[in-house]
Design a protein around this ligand. Sequence first.
Ligand code: PEP
Ligand code: MG
Length: 892
Amino acid sequence: EIKDQKFVYDFTEGNKDLKDLLGGKGANLAEMTNLGLPVPPGFTITTEACKVYLDSGEEPAALRDEVSAHLDALEQRMGKKLGQSEDPLLVSVRSGAKFSMPGMMDTVLNIGLSDTSVEGLARQAGDERFAWDSYRRLIQMFGKTVLGVEGELFEDALDAAKEAKKVTVDTDLDAADLKKLVKQFKKIVKSETGRDFPQDPREQMDLAIKAVFDSWNGDRAKLYRRQERIPHDLGTAVNVCSMVFGNLGPDSGTGVAFTRDPASGHQGVYGDYLQNAQGEDVVAGIRNTVPLADLESIDKKSYDQLMQIMETLETHYKDLCDIEFTIERGRLWMLQTRVGKRTAGAAFRIATQLVDQGLIDEAEALQRVTGAQLAQLMFPRFDETARVEKLGRGIAASPGAAVGKAVFDSYTAVKWSRSGEKVILIRRETNPDDLDGMIAAEGILTSRGGKTSHAAVVARGMGKTCVCGAEELEVDTKRRRMTVNGTVVEEGDVVSIDGSTGKVYLGEVPVVPSPVVEYFEGRMHAGADDADELVQAVHRIMAYADRVRRLRVRANADNAEDALRARRFGAQGIGLCRTEHMFLGERREMVEKLILADTDDEREDALKALLPLQKKDFVELFEAMDGLPVTVRLLDPPLHEFLPDITELSVRVALAEARKDANENDLRLLQAVHRLHEQNPMLGLRGVRLGLVIPGLFTMQVRAIAEAAAERRNAKGDPRAEIMIPLVGTVQELEIVREEAEQVIAEVEAATGVDLRLALGTMIELPRAALTAGQIAEAAEFFSFGTNDLTQTVWGFSRDDVEASFFTAYLEKGIFGVSPFETIDKDGVGSLVRNAVAAGRATRPDLKLGVCGEHGGDPESVHFFHEVGLDYVSCSPFRIPVARLEAGRAAA
Ligand code: PEP
Ligand code: MG
C-alpha cells in the first residue's frame, strides 16, 4: 500500500479517462458532473482500494477515514446527515468496474433508512407510502446482495401481500401494507442470516461497500470475465451517490435512453420510461415501460432538458451514449451514462454517420468497429419468404438467426448443448443466474423486458441472438413449456428466433445469405440506388481499412473455386495451397500405388500418373489467381492418412482370409499400413521428411508447378508461383530439397524456354526452425509461419485432441482465456515468431514473411502480426474481410 495514496474521489475530482481507477460508471459520473449536468453529488472509492482488499482480505487502513471525510463533505453539501432520524440523507451504493459486468453486485438503494429514519423520510416527503416502500426496497436489496438471502423469499412475500389484497401491481399496496411487509422482510433477514437488519446507517454503507468488493470474485462475475477476456485483477470501484427518487408520485419516474437506436444507429428518441418507479424496476422488466417519446406529454420540461443533455453527451463523447435518469418531482437527474453497446450493424452505420457529421475522422471510425462485428454481419439470415408458422413477435434485442430446441431452464440448456443439441433458452425474463444457459444456447427468447432488460444487454454483449419481451408467450417454467395464442410448445420442440426483426417461429426457418456477403461476393453493389444502408457503411469502412493497412491479406485455398471467391473477398494472393487435398477422392488409389511401390519403376509409374493431374490443378489455380502470388506447399501429412483405417482393413482382411479369398492388394496394403503406423504421426514421417525419404515425390510436385507456370505464361498469363517446403527443422533439409527442386525447374525452363522465376521458401512451424531462422533464411526466399503446428509443438498440445479433451478445464481455471490454437499465444509462440522475424531478416533483408496458420484470420492475432512486422496474413476465404479490417485497425 503506497503511502498517501488517495482511495476516494469526489465526483467533481474525476473524469472520463480515469476508468482504470474509478471504473466506467464513476469516471462518467465525474465527467457529467464536470460538464455541469445535473448529477446527484457523491464520491467514488477506487479500484485500487478494492485490489488492496482482495489481495489482503482487509480494506486499506486509510479508507475508513477517507470515506468519513467525503461523507462529511457530502452531508454538508446536502444539508442532511446520513440516516439522521428527522431528515435523513440517503445514498445508493453501486459497483462500477472498468468494463460493465453483469454478475457483479449492482446497486443497493436507499441506504440510511432505518426504523426511525423511515418516519423522518415520510414526514419530509409528505408521503408515508413512499417512505415505507423505500425501506422495504432497501431491506430486500440489501438482504439479497449484501447479506446473501435468497431473493425469491422477498419476492414471494411481496406476491403474497398483493394476492392477499387482490391487487396486481406494487403501487396498489398502501403504507400499512408496506409497513407489514417491512416487518416480514426483517424477519426473513433474521431467520436466514441469524442477525438483525442493521439499523446503523454507516454500518449499512460499509457492509454494502465490502459486498461490492466481494462481488468481484463472485462465480458469475468470474465466468463473465473469462467469456469476455477481461483480466481478473482489475478490481471494481464503488460509487456512493446521494439518492434521488423516481417513486415520489406521478411527477416522478425513471428511465433509460439512447442517443441513437442501438439496433439501427438511426438518430431519434429511443428509450423507455416508467412513471413513479425506481431504476431497478425498469431493468428487471417488472412493470411495462412506455416509450421515451411519451415523456414529452408527461413532463415536457424534463423531456426537453433530457433531449438537450443527450445532444451534449453525444457531441462530447462523439459516440452513441446510453443514459439512466430519474425525475424527482419534476426535476431531472442523470444517474449514469456510458458509450453504449450496439449491434454489429449499428456499429458500422454509426461510425460512418459520425464521420459524415464531422465528429470523428476515418482512422477513428475504424476503431469504432471490430472484425468480430463484421464476422457477425456475415452470418446468414432467415428466409423471409419461407412458409413457417409465426408464433409471435417480441423486441429485436440482438441480431442473428437462431434455430434450436426449446428449453426452459439454464440447466437443461447447458446439458443439452453439451450433448451436441442446439437449444433456444426461453425464459420469462433472465437474471444473472441464467448466464451459463445463455452461453450454451444458440439464442435467447424472453416474454418480458425491453431492450435494456438483462437478457437483451447480456446477449448483445455476447453477440448472441436475442428476442425479448414477446408478450404473447406464456412461459411455464415448471411444466417446461410455453403457450402462444393457444399453440403449446413443449421442451424439445424446434423454434426459430430472428434477433433482427423480433419474430419467433415454430419449426426450423431456412436461412439466406447476409447482404454483406452478397456485397463481398459482388452480387450487390454499394453504389446502387437501392443498396442497403448497412452495405454502404461496410463498403466505406473497408475502403478506409484497405487504404491504411500495411499487412497484405492472402487466402488459404486449394482450388480455383475457393481462389475466385477469395479474390472477390479481397485476397491479394494465396498464402497456402495444401496439396494433400489434391490427393483425395479417386486419386487416393494412385497414392496407394505410390506407397506400395516395391521397385523404382513401380514408384516412377505411380508418380508419372499423378503428374498431369497435379499440373492441371495448378494451371487452374494460377489462372484464378493470375497476377497474384500463389504459395504452393508440397505434400505435408503422414502417408497413412491416404491409406485405409488400420482396424477396418485388418477386419476386412481377416474376414477374407476366413473365407479363403484374401485379395493380394489388401494384404500388401495391410502390410504397408502396419509399416507406416506411428505412435505419434504428427511428429513422424511427414512434411519435408517425406520429400527426403520418398524419391521423386517432391520433384514430381515441383515439376507440376513449373510446367503449369510455363503453360500459363505461354497462354499470356501472369502466374506467380511460390514453392513452400513444410515442417523444416534444419537448414540442411531445406538445402537438399532446394537443390533437387532447382534442378527440375532448370529442366522445365530449358524444355519450355520460359524464365520461370519461381520463389522457394519454407514454413516455420517447428520450434527448431524458429530458433535457427537465421540459418534457414540462407536457403529460403520466404517464411510462412505455420502457427498451427508451431502452437502444437511449442505447447506440446495435440491440435487434434486437446480442444475436446481438457481445454474446458484449462479455460475454467483461467490458465488461458482463449485457446492458443485460436488466438496466438503472444508470450510463448509469439515470441518465437518475433525472434524468427528478426533473425530471418538479419540474414536476408528482403525475406518475405507471412503466416498461414488459423491465426491469420483471428482479429487479435492479426494485430500481433502487424506489430511484429509480417508482410501478410493468410486465412480461409471467408475470414478475408475480417483480416483486412483488422489489419486496417492495427495500422490506423
Ligand atoms: C500450420 O501448421 O500452421 C499450417 C498452416 O499447416 P497445417 O495446418 O496444414 O499443418
Ligand atoms: Mg503445419
